[in-house]
Ligand binder design. Sequence first.
Ligand SMILES: [Zn+2]
Length: 135
Amino acid sequence: MNIDSIQNGIVLDHIPAGRGMKIYHYLHLDEMDWPVAIIKNAPSTKMGKKDILKIDGDIVLDLQALGYIAPGITVNVIRDGKTVRKDHPALPRRLVNVKICKNPRCITATEPELDQVFLLRDDLGGEYRCLYCDS
Ligand SMILES: [Zn+2]
């Protein structure tokens, strides 16, 4: 399967090598019926090695989450066999329900209906910290 063979779907390119399966699981592609191709460790002049994910289906993506899981990712939207959109999601300022706070004393541990919110902190060298407990 190459890009040309996808009629309506998504091609995720420039995924850092090793993150392709993470995205596969994050998107729950194992539970979908769409044809999916994962290319691991493809040679890349820019990155050395990269993973590529091709999904032949009308999937709705959370670009922010993808930007977090796979910094540098390129999201190609294919319609009628042509690339109609290219996105380069940046590291999101705010992550909602992507990461889980591991602090057992955090309010999210006792209030499971709360969204898991993390904020990108430039003052901490680009770390993500929990909105509620700052850990
Ligand atoms: Zn927390």
